[in-house]
Design a binder for this molecule. Sequence first.
Ligand code: AMP
Ligand code: MG
Length: 334
Amino acid sequence: MARLILGIESTAHTFSFGYVDTEGKLYSSKSALFKPESGGIHPREAADHHTIKASNLISQLNSDENFDWKDVEAVSFSQGPGLGPCLRIGASVARGLSNKLSVPLIGVNHCIAHIEIGRNETGCNDPVLLYVSGGNTQVIARSEGKYRVLGETLDIGIGNMLDKFARNFGIAFPGGPEIEKLSNQFNTDSINFERISLPYGVHGMDMAFSGLLTSAIRLVEDGENMKSICWSIQEHAFASCIEVAERAMAHTGKSELLLGGGVACNSRIREMAEIMCNERGAKAYWPSKQFCIDNGTMIAELGRRMIQSGIITQLEDSAVNPYLRTDYTQVEWN
Ligand code: AMP
Ligand code: MG
């Protein structure tokens, strides 16, 4: 009988349970996505959503034929970074389950979980990670026992920028997929670059998106076509990320690029990644969509790597850390 690691994700909008077996086989997550009725994500409301959804998600696990509580060897959970009230729900459920099942608890770094599930699923080994999600935008590479942040957003996350733009024009969360659809409907034959040009936010190895957001909103309010602006937002924002990722590859000498985070579901950023990598004799990878967005399976996968290198979390060390940094965690697994 396969032994399993259970993973619980609750950093922001998504509450999710997933599992992997001890050999690293990945199973689909059971997830619930909080969608605010209006405005952005209120941490308390998202946490209430997670609390309400917990029993339903656990029932889904119960009726999954591949899953049996008797096989669970450890329970891992997102310890940070994320929204405090949301993180605390996931951590509480994880502590309760670990206690009830008498198995170890493993607090994991959410950002690193995006890397490890990508490495597992795609088979890439030592990539530069372009992590593009709702709240985070980072270019990361492993060096001397840590995943180092080589560049990151100086203001808002790229997904957050897409969601805010969409919300401004009545498009519900998550806005990224809808912007992608509208952008695909834009006919680039009729392009007038001057009218739809936006601020390009690359500052050394860092990125910025709030100026682009403000300009894009203003252009649409001034009557510019929505589809053309969606296209332009994608071109500018994605190109800035790919530029920084390329420089990171050049500096570190690495020849693999791995995309991660919800925005990595987007076909255009995947295409840009592929073009850039082809041009420098490197290779681009991305996980399947279910593992790009936040999911419990990635938390289980990082938990698996940690426990297999002897790392577990004592109850007294299991407090969440909303400000946990990618480069804080010592990486002791291969
Ligand atoms: P995460 O925080 O990693 O779960 O990712 C959620 C973010 O991914 C949200 O900001 C979404 O708008 C964004 N997203 C999801 N699918 C797409 C897509 N196809 N294109 C662009 N952004 C996307
Ligand atoms: Mg994420």
